[in-house]
Design a protein around this ligand. Sequence first.
Ligand code: VG1
Ligand code: CO
Length: 542
Amino acid sequence: MTETCRTQPFDGQRPGTSGLRKPVKTFMQPRYLENFVQSVFDCVEGLRGATLALGGDGRYYNREAIQTILRLAAGNGVARVIVGRGGLFSTPAVSALIRQRQAIGGLILSASHNPGGPAGDFGIKFNSANGGPATEALTEAIYARSRTIDRYCIAPACHIDIDTLGEQTLAGMTVEVIDPVEDYARLMESLFDFERIRGLFRGGFRMRFDAMHAITGPYAHTIFERMLGAPAGTVIHGTPLADFGGGHPDPNLTHAAELVRQLGRPEGPDFGAASDGDGDRNMIMGHGCFVTPSDSLAILAANATRVPAYRDGLRGVARSMPTSRAVDRVAHKLDIPCYETPTGWKFFGNLLDAGRITLCGEESFGTGSDHVREKDGLWAVLFWLNLLAVRGQSVAEIVNEHWLRFGRDVYTRHDYEGIDSDAAGTLMARLRDRLSTLIGQTIGRHAVSGADDFAYTDPVDGSHAAAQGVRLLLGDEARIVYRLSGTGTQGATLRLYIERLETRREYLQADAQKQLADLIALAGEIADIRGLTGRDAPDVIT
Ligand code: VG1
Ligand code: CO
């Protein structure tokens, strides 16, 4: 029944920070998707007879890709594929499902926060049996396979109904269509004190959740409005659209502008949150106040024992290298280990599996715990709601108390998007060349106390990742980090991360851009950003 089709390799099927991302047009070329998925299947041990999870964030080409992948799975002897109704699943829900159903892994169709639609991006990511993103070793093997592939195995063309719950058969394989929300919502209910959060809403607490016309809409309607009793209208942009309503499903101050406006009004809501295309990111806001993701991680860690799932305390925490060092201070106080990993959730997997950490996060609006192996947007929002309900204070009060206790790691990230790839390469190469000469120098008012290209050796399996970004440590308190994005699809994106510890009471509330102005200027000069990229200012500031 299965057909073996001849094919030739495509260039560039190397997964980046989080899966393979390309313009939709690239993915829609004949055999492109087939080649990549077959390369994945060729590298996953034990696939034959196993169960797979499959779903995406609903972006353009999601439904067509699901039909093709189902046929490929059948052609490769997979026994069962669990698909979210309508082809929908958030990234954290897939991670949870793989674990619950002991699947061999899952395929997530998303380009996360990248825009969708016919002119936008598409993406595909393989998660392994622990529910987490494929390790570097596996993604490299997949890439190597994609360069020599000469055939793929596929069941004959047919149409599987992915909109009706229940089981169907495709060339001997079972396709099980399930509600994408139900199991995930139950998992959240097992972690947090829903009764207490219900009490918060009964007391008139007002929240706005911006699903950005992406995957979290159905999850948020069910969890916030149905299960927790938040009034209708709490969730905005709650219907997933193939092009995200023309928006950019990236929860930050630039792209979630309407939410930011609402929270800034005098009569605005008490709490605001947003998530991205595939539901793994979160943005947290209070009335007139924005919580940086790095601070959010630190605050959740410091308050973890106040919510049911973490009542017994944390085993350890981890953050990606460019994430501010706020959580390090909390770990120090709690006397628990704190790990610093390269950018990308795949690097947390071993630490979580080995029980070395309970919470982890990234500055890029990613926070999560050992309940799954992905960052989890709605989980973070529920954690904050639980905290607000228990503490009975506003977001701003909680943040301010945290800063008074630990100091504030004033933080910003500047992104220069779509710059010339060669210029970006030169900029990083020049920085790397100068590392050893920078140490000990005084730049501006700052003595360079350390300079390196971040490398990481996984303490669990000993695997090594080099060239993960250039770090300049200035004295004890300040840090500048440069790295190139691994998720973009046009040219290169330079990310510049800047932070400085502030402990002076009277400066705790000051504007981050102003507080960091001298470091921002210095970072630009050191790397000659203007000279090499021709840009005067970043495209996005978070
Ligand atoms: C970005 C973020 C990184 C995150 C990755 C995937 O990667 O910086 O922290 O893990 O996106 O997030 P990069 O290489 O572009 O900096 V998601 O929501 O797209 O899965
Ligand atoms: Co995402």
